[in-house]
Design a protein around this ligand. Structure first.
Ligand SMILES: CC(C)(COP(=O)(O)OP(=O)(O)OC[C@H]1O[C@@H](n2cnc3c(N)ncnc32)[C@H](O)[C@@H]1OP(=O)(O)O)[C@@H](O)C(=O)NCCC(=O)NCCS
Length: 176
């Protein structure tokens, strides 16, 4: 008789660079997450021609359930997108992916990171604040589909001991 056997195998979330065959799955998540979506071409262009761009996908087993990307321009980095499949939210996948983007930016020498987020998107704002982002300014009517305003958030200095310590604590809390 086997005791204490888990009823389900624990979910294994893995993160890897996005490649062109991933774009179909990424676009499906994009359409489920955003009202204004990037066309597939935008992802292909980012992957094939934009040398400043770095994109990642998160998988549970073989299924792509999350993605995100940054641009790194010398000292500055910019989160261009971050999304988790609605069926897979609340499991720290967004956080793991954000951590990967921040690590990538630091590895490439960036000291600062910025992003835009909808004023109403308090879930994403809370995630970003957890990682040291603060609202620096606001762009009124930034989103063309409904004229919603964007908060412009920044985090830095990514290279400071203070930020590295913060990241270390957050990394430890995520475990494996
Ligand atoms: C924002 C998003 C990526 C978060 O992904 P997720 O995997 O569900 O989030 P996680 O489980 O990693 O949660 C990490 C943190 O996000 C915040 N968060 C996540 N879900 C939340 C909720 N339902 N309510 C409030 N805060 C929440 C919390 O700060 C949480 O950490 P905490 O629980 O320790 O406070 C996801 O909601 C998403 O894809 N949203 C739609 C796309 C989007 O808005 N992208 C950002 C564009 S700027």
């Amino acid at each position: 008789m086997e005791l204490h056997r888990p009823a389900h195998r624990p979910e294994r979330f893995s993160v890897a660079p996005m490649t062109t065959p991933d774009v179909g799955a990424v676009s499906r998540i994009e359409r489920a997450c955003f009202t204004t979506v990037w066309p597939n071409d935008a992802f292909y262009n980012e992957l094939s021609t934009n040398k400043l761009a770095h994109y990642y996908v998160g998988r549970v087993d073989d299924r792509i359930v999350a993605y995100g990307g940054i641009w790194v321009i010398l000292e500055d980095s910019h989160i261009t997108t971050l999304a988790v499949d609605p069926d897979y939210r609340g499991r720290r996948f967004g956080e793991v992916l954000l951590m990967r983007l921040i690590d990538e930016a630091i590895d490439r020498g960036a000291g600062w990171m910025t992003l835009e987020v909808r004023e109403s998107n308090t879930v994403a704002q809370r995630l970003y604040r957890k990682y040291g982002f603060t609202t620096v300014t606001m762009r009124a009517g930034y989103y063309s589909d409904d004229n919603e305003s964007a908060l412009i958030m920044w985090a830095g200095s990514l290279k400071s001991d203070l930020y590295r310590n913060r990241l270390g604590v957050l990394r430890a809390s995520l475990g494996d």
